[in-house]
Unconditional design. Structure first.
Length: 297
């Protein structure tokens, strides 16, 4: 099994230059663009581009073609973090070990930076669709998974649920949207771009594995919020308790959350085995599942 850090570095090398050049040089003196780049280039493991990269590898499609979509997805993820950290939402001062965007640039510019990154993401993908109309479904699905049917919808449920006890079914819905939707986009975008080459059965397995990855990522996040520290995570801990949020830990207990994480990781491997049985080389995807199970930040 390949080392996950090597795969992360490989995917970062693939996407970083594209992100560094997200805005034309003549725009880089603009304060909102500076705020965009501050957050976009603040580090992080680039999990979503990594999943795009490895899904492309597994499916045998062109990584050069997928790259603009992966970069757009990371812009959308970064915009969501900027807005999520605002006082009106999660009210956080630290992200990736650095002051959050609104702490560095002020709340107004942080709002604009998030808006700007979201729009630049869709400028990027619509340019690709104009060049190759067969990519239209990928752009549409990215928009849907980013919006009220996906990540924004999850954020909406999350804010509406503060200081309330919600059911475990509602929590699953929340997290499939809030965290899981963009992770699903990362796995599925290479499929959507080249869908005429693939079967519906493959789409189902990719969708299932991405759902399980998203839940695994969030359950682990809930556990780390309780058990980790600011230095390790690079962001505040104890926020769930502070904000009286229902999480997998608060609803299932710490041992119940660990069992649910284990169950979802096992399902990831089951769906990956099904994809292997279809004739695809899944060997480079396996380390990601192990990483989701065991990460400490």
């Amino acid at each position: 099994m390949e080392d996950i850090n090597s795969l992360i570095n490989e995917a970062c090398d693939w996407v970083e230059e594209r992100l560094e050049n997200a805005f034309d040089e003549e725009l880089k003196d603009d304060i909102t663009v500076q705020a965009c780049m501050y957050s976009l280039m603040a580090g992080g493991k680039r999990i979503r581009p990594l999943l795009c990269y490895l899904s492309s590898d597994m499916l045998g499609v062109s990584k050069d073609e997928v790259l603009p979509f992966a970069a757009a997805l990371e812009m959308i993820h970064t915009y969501s973090l900027i807005h999520d950290d605002l006082p009106a939402m999660d009210n956080d001062d630290l992200r990736r070990g650095k002051p959050t965007c609104h702490k560095r640039f002020g709340e107004g510019i942080a709002v604009l930076a998030g808006d700007c990154l979201l729009n630049r993401a869709f400028e990027t993908v619509t340019c690709e669709v104009a060049r190759n109309p067969s990519y239209a479904r990928a752009a549409k699905e990215l928009a849907s998974l980013s919006g009220i049917n996906g990540m924004v919808g999850g954020q909406s449920i999350d804010l509406a649920s503060e200081n309330k006890s919600i059911s475990i079914d509602r929590l699953y819905e929340l997290q499939r949207k809030k965290t899981g939707a963009l992770l699903k986009a990362a796995v599925m975008l290479p499929y959507y771009m080249f869908e005429t080459r693939f079967s519906d059965e493959l789409a189902l397995e990719l969708s299932e594995i991405s759902n399980c990855l998203g839940l695994s990522f969030q359950i682990k996040d809930d556990i780390l919020d309780l058990e980790s520290d600011v230095k390790t995570l690079g962001k505040s801990t104890g926020k769930d308790e502070r904000d009286h949020k229902s999480t997998f830990v608060t609803l299932l207990g710490i041992e119940g959350a660990r069992e649910e994480l284990k169950h979802n990781i096992e399902l990831c491997y089951t769906h990956l085995d099904n994809i292997r049985d279809m004739g695809y080389d899944v060997s480079r995807f396996e380390p990601v599942i192990a990483f989701f199970a065991g990460r400490d930040h």
